[in-house]
Structure formats: C-alpha cells, structure tokens
Design a protein around this ligand. Structure first.
Ligand SMILES: Cc1cc2nc3c(=O)[nH]c(=O)nc-3n(C[C@H](O)[C@H](O)[C@H](O)COP(=O)(O)OP(=O)(O)OC[C@H]3O[C@@H](n4cnc5c(N)ncnc54)[C@H](O)[C@@H]3O)c2cc1C
Length: 570
C-alpha cells in the first residue's frame, strides 16, 4: 500500500470537534464529504506516489536554482489549479472560506501523502495569514491574489546561525530608503522552500532590524521581500546552499543570502519594531499545521505497519499449529493499538484546536469568540508538541513492526521515521512549546482549563453510569487524569506566583504531555460515547486509558518534581 485517507476516522473526529456548530454554518454534510473525498483522491493518486522519489532524489541546487524531484512541479501546479491552496482563505480574499476544521482534515491528508510536499503550501498559508492581518492595502493587493491562488509561494525567514529559539539575537539589517522601501542585508539559515521551481515568484517574509531599533525582540521588524520585483527584475536574494538532512529530502532547506549587492528590496509589514507580533500570526497557524503533520505521518506509518503485520508470516500464535501472520502475536497487537490510539488522540487534539480557531473567528456571540480564542491559544502548543512527539513515536513503532525490513530502506518504514523527526524541532522546538504553555498560556486560560477538566469529569460520570467493568475502569482513569492535571496546573500557578521559575520550567514538558493525555482520552471517550455499538471505538478508548493514561500520576509527579540540578562535571 502507499496511503488511503482514513475518511471514516476523519469524519468521526470532525463531528467530535464540533462540525455542525453554529459557527460552522454553510458546511452541510454532503459538501464536507465531497471535499474530503476529492482531497483523498488527489492525495492517494498524485501525491503519495511521489513520496519515495522525493526521498531518494531530493531537491538539488543546480546553477543557483533549486530543482525539485521529478513529478513535483506538475503535481503542485495541478494541486493549486484545483483550488486546494485557498480552501480556508476568507472569501473576501478570493478564497473558498471553508472553516479551519475542514482545512485541518485536508492538511492531515496532504501530510500523510507527503510531508515534504505539504510543507510548501503550509508556509504559504502562514504568509497569507500574516499579510492579511498586518500588511498595507497596497501590499495586499500586489501579493495576496497570487499567494491565495498558489501561483506564488510564501516563506518564513526567522532563523540565523546565532538566532534559533532566541529571536532577540536576529542581526539581519533593514535600511530605510527615501522611496519608502527598505534594503535588506543578512543571512538566514534553514529556510524551507526558500528557493524552488514550483512557482515563478517566492514571497519571503523576513525578520530584520532597523539601524536605530531597540535591542532584543522589541527591535525586530517584518519585511516582505519577493524573489521577483514588481517590474520582473530579480531581487538581490538567492539560495546559497541546501542542507543535507535526516528526512524530508524533497523539501529544500535553504541558506538564504539577502543583499549580497545593493541590498534586497523589501516592504515593511505592519509597524516598525512590531515584527514579532506580526510573525506570531503566522507562527500560530503554522504551529497547529505542524501538529497536524504529526498526525499525518503517524497515520501513514500505522497503515503501513498494519498492512505488513497482516501479511508477514512468523511464528505460531493463538494456539495455531501453523505459523501465522505476526498480527496474531499479542505484542504486535499491543504495538498496533498503541499506534492507532495515539494517532486518534492526536487527531482529536488538533481538530479541537482548529474548531476553537473557528469559534474565535466565526461565532456570533462575543463571549463565545473570546472563549474560542482562549481555548485555541491554550491548545496550540499542546497540539504542536504532543502530536509531533506522537508522530515520531508511531513512526518508530511502525519500523519495529517491520523487524529488519523496517531498518532497510526498501519498505519505506524508515522514511516515515526520518521524516517525522523534524516536526518536534521546527516552528519552535517542543521544549519551547512547553515553556509557552506553562509560562504564558496557562496564567491566561482559567476558563479554557476549566472546560477541559469539566469535560473529562462529565464524560467520566456518563461512562460510569453505563456500568460494567470496562466502563468503570475507563471512567476511573478519566477522573484520575483530570485530578492529576488539576493538581499539576495548580502547582505551576503556585510556582509562578512565588517567582520560582526554575521549579515551574523543569516540569513544563511533563505537564504538556499530561494535558495531551487528558484531552486525548476525553476525545477518544467522546468518540466511543457518540458511537455506541462501535466496539473498535470502545477498544481504543479503553486501550488508551490502560496503556497511556495509566501514566498520568507519574507525569503529574514529574511535572511537580521541581528544579533540575546543574550538571556536575567530574
Ligand atoms: C528542516 C528544517 C526546516 C526549517 N525551516 C525553517 C523555516 O522555514 N524558517 C525559519 O525561520 N526557520 C526554520 N527552521 C529553523 C527551526 O525553526 C530552528 O531549528 C528551531 O527553531 C530551533 O532553533 P535552533 O536549531 O537554533 O536550536 P536552539 O535554539 O539552539 O535549541 C537547541 C536546544 O535547546 C533548547 N532550548 C533553546 N532555548 C531554550 C530555552 N530558552 N529554554 C529551554 N530550552 C531551550 C531547544 O529546545 C533545543 O532542544 C528549520 C529547521 C530545520 C532543521
């Protein structure tokens, strides 16, 4: 198999996440089904078959221009001509105006088919968001239409050799010109799709510093720097080299040089020295999309492992006198259920985040919009970090199911593991997401946290009322996870109030995981509840409770263990 979009699972989770709420108006069931079916068809027939070639051939730098692997260019052209690039772009910007929730489902499908392919539009979407919110009307008119249609792509230029997680160290310079433009000079590294042959222009969004800017993040501005200038001339920006890397070989990771000559011509986006604010618009939508990459790669790895486990004959299992497929062995079944239940849990979290974004942007009632915004902001770091960790873990387990055939490249299981590994690193490492969660989001999210805890407890009561040993166990685990989360979040608040940042930050990672476990288990339980009689949904919820959520107490203890000692050298 290459890939088959799991439309039924996606449909269930869309309903769980609130498709059909008032703010999703206009989304009738037939429209949702037809969008998903068409996305699945394109992904399965056109994108998924390119994934292995992309890995083997990779993007190459030829005579100063990046050349993508065979088939990439034509597929990107057909994909954007079919309108997929503008699915959730507002109608006012000539997009299709569909909810973020439907976009989330399609983003998952593109990423399962090929993470390296899906990255180009993922960055374009972020650029559209940032420009739509912060650019002048002139810039919007000049650049948005072709970004929305996908004729041009967007990039995000933050990182420099000395400025990775810490963007206050950005050194790229911007010099004001008398005509209102700026000249940009500097070097950016690790720029995804910084150059390529998929489109005839690339719109770079670049963080840079004015000569008189204050130090630190308060002195960073955002500029739009196109590869081709409005008169068609080539701007002073080029790709100096490509990184050789562990995975996503087809996605070019470029070292970009701005202003080797006179300086690259750029236009200010938003206000001077407020660039990081504008960039955050782009980064938040991109962070959810990266979380969805985790779901996508996990789904692909699971499908492949399941297929292998059904066909690989080895050993006798289940009392059979003859050798049978390895799927009959309890350890392989446990592994596959771990893969599947974690993938579904991550899907629930990411789609719930997208639904919260829709609520924030589309609900009529102001209070509902505010609550949606608070929920989306709390959930975004969890969706990014928990789901990308799951992407790696599931890809790793998928390789193990293949035995030796997983370690050799022929089956493709190894590619999923290699590709998955970048997602916990870029768009803010998962460590940085955890800090964002405890230090910034948690103190401002009392109502959202209350909703998460209340939902887990209400589901626990509901399941308990059904009776039976399995339901009681599931109900007990849910209630326990909610108690653990409440205790650990209270600890973080206490530490922050007491100014004990070291104690708080040391437990940030385990707290983020505990959040993921709680929301994931609630999601799986809600799916099981909504689909009575669907034994597989019950199996997934109970399995996740017994094999994953069972560690909630340990996660809470680790989250509250306090400051980490400094490394003592011998
Ligand atoms: C394939 C690829 C594609 C990329 N695409 C882009 C792109 O398109 N645009 C772009 O601008 N960048 C891009 N990046 C850069 C990426 O976003 C950075 O690599 C990432 O933000 C981490 O920065 P760094 O590599 O400098 O690591 P560092 O910041 O040096 O971090 C190293 C380690 O220290 C930890 N750490 C750092 N600071 C703290 C702290 N304050 N508290 C606790 N822990 C900390 C980190 O979590 C990490 O584990 C890409 C990178 C790669 C590899």
């Amino acid at each position: 198999v290459t890939y088959q979009a799991p439309l039924q699972d996606i449909r269930h989770v869309l309903e769980f996440a609130g498709l059909g709420q008032t703010w999703q108006s206009g989304m009738d069931s037939d429209l949702v089904d037809s969008v998903l079916r068409e996305a699945a068809r394109f992904a399965e027939d056109r994108i998924a078959p390119l994934n292995a070639i992309g890995d083997r051939v990779g993007s190459r730098l030829v005579d100063g221009t990046v050349v993508t692997p065979p088939g990439w260019k034509e597929t990107y052209r057909d994909w954007s001509e079919a309108g997929w690039n503008s699915l959730s772009v507002p109608e006012a910007l000539e997009g299709h105006g569909l909810p973020a929730l439907i976009q989330a489902a399609c983003t998952e499908i593109w990423n399962s088919a090929s993470m390296a392919f899906a990255l180009a539009p993922l960055l374009t979407a972020g650029a559209i968001d940032a420009l739509a919110h912060h650019a002048s009307d002139e810039l919007k008119a000049a650049y948005l239409p072709k970004l929305v249609s996908g004729e041009w792509t967007g990039t995000m230029n933050l990182t420099e050799p000395q400025a990775g997680s810490d963007l206050s160290a950005v050194r790229t310079r911007a010099i004001r010109q008398s005509d209102g433009t700026y000249r940009i000079k500097g070097q950016k590294i690790f720029i995804t799709y910084g150059d390529h042959d998929l489109s005839d222009n690339i719109v770079h969004l670049v963080l840079a510093r004015l000569p008189d800017a204050p130090k630190g993040t308060a002195g960073i501005s955002l500029f739009l720097v196109p590869r081709a200038l409005p008169d068609g001339a080539r701007n002073d920006v080029y790709c100096h080299s490509l990184e050789h890397k562990l995975g996503i070989h087809a996605s070019p990771t470029c070292t970009m040089v701005f202003g080797d000559g006179e300086g690259a011509v750029g236009w200010l986006v938003g206000e001077e020295n407020r660039g990081l604010n504008c960039m955050f618009t782009m980064m938040n939508s991109a962070r959810l999309a990266i979380g969805i990459q985790g779901v996508g790669i996990a789904e692909r790895a699971y499908q492949q492992a399941l297929d292998y486990a059904r066909t690989r004959q080895q050993g006798k299992a289940g009392g059979s006198p003859e050798p049978g497929p390895i799927i009959l062995h309890p350890d392989i079944r446990r592994t596959l259920l771990l893969m599947r239940s974690k993938t579904m849990a991550a899907r629930c979290i990411c789609y719930a985040t997208a639904a919260a974004l829709d609520q924030a942007g589309r609900a009529e009632d102001e209070r509902e919009r505010a609550l949606g915004g608070e929920l989306a902001s709390l959930l975004t770091p969890i969706a990014k970090a928990y789901s990308t960790d799951i992407g790696c873990e599931v890809a790793h387990l998928g390789l193990q199911v293949h035995g030796g055939m997983g370690f050799v490249e022929e089956t493709g299981a190894a590619q999923h593991l290699r590709d998955s590994r970048i997602a916990p690193i870029y768009e803010g490492t998962n460590g940085i997401q955890a800090i964002d969660l405890v230090a910034r989001k948690l103190p401002r999210s009392e109502a959202a946290l209350g909703m998460i805890l209340a939902e887990a407890r209400a589901l626990s009561d509901e399941i308990e009322r059904r009776g039976g040993a399995r339901s009681e166990k599931l109900a007990g685990r849910l209630a326990h996870v909610a108690d653990c989360l409440e205790q650990a979040t209270q600890y973080m608040r206490d530490m922050q109030k007491a100014g004990r940042d070291e104690d708080m930050l040391a437990g940030a990672g385990p707290l983020l995981e505990l959040f993921g476990v709680c929301i994931g288990l609630s999601g799986l339980t809600r799916l099981h509840n909504a689909r009575r009689g669907d034994e597989e949904m019950e199996d997934l919820a109970v399995f996740f409770a017994n094999h994953v959520a069972v560690h909630a107490g340990a996660l809470a203890e680790t989250a509250m263990a306090g400051a980490i000692p400094h490394i003592r050298l011998p």
